[in-house]
Design a protein around this ligand. Sequence first.
Ligand SMILES: [Zn+2]
Length: 310
Amino acid sequence: MDCGRGGFVRTIAGAYDMSMWRIGDVTIHRVLEFEGPLLAPGVLLPDSTEAGIDRHRSWLEPDLLDPATGELVLSFHSLVIRTPLHTILVDTCGGNDKHRPQKPRYHQQNHPYLANLHAAGFRPEDVDVVLCTHMHVDHVGWNTRLVGGRWVSTFPNARYLFARDELKFWQAHYGTEAFADDPYYEDSIAPVFDSGQSETVAGDHAIDDWVRLVPTPGHTPGHVCVEVASGDSRAVLSGDLMHHPVQCAEPDWSSCFCVDAEHARRTRRAFLAEHAEIGALILPAHFPTPTAGRIAAAGGAWRFVFDGES
Ligand SMILES: [Zn+2]
């Protein structure tokens, strides 16, 4: 689908951009939580340099790097995969009403996420499977919502799948100094265990004939991508394997949020090389509108060719 590049949808209550892609018998729908300039390159990508950014400024500005603030433009969205058998919601953003004093971007938010889900054609009851590519705060938020002072599952009929290695890592480290700041395990993960909706799966788990997980460790130890295949068409929901298109051109720039920056680098390079060959549609968790695109080899590295661009 050609989504065009014009006019970002920012955080405007009730606003919704319709993004949908067809992969054979499967459709993929983007549900936006928030999009805008958010972090300076040197903050998100500590290995980047001003000279390095200058090399790419001509194609980054204005859509991918905001000239007014000097910040990288990022999107926070879920992707809903509709197969002939299942409705699968991947990554649940930051959520509303969450107490995040240490993470102001996610603190007491009030995004029109459920309205956007509805506009995309889904009710929370329709979702059969929820999958978080990894368990960072901006990928688990809408697992739950606040009802009558209690955190309850947003998707009452869903199984919530967690990759075993990812869950093990967070259960081992949660409560330690680095992860003790905000209560997101308690408000966004524990309630779906308490409700009996959680299921621990292998990192290469197949959800059905069209959708399977692919282990891609580095950003976090149990990070997974989600591969969609139907007939000859393929798509990969790549989570936080990369956060911004500049990382295709500079694949060694890992993010400040990567648990193992070196491992993340190796995984990213292997992924970019493989998918430049295959030509699958790639849908990362934070690439701004139109989010989806393909990887092309370019000058010893790669380029992200957005949907609708040549
Ligand atoms: Zn993220």
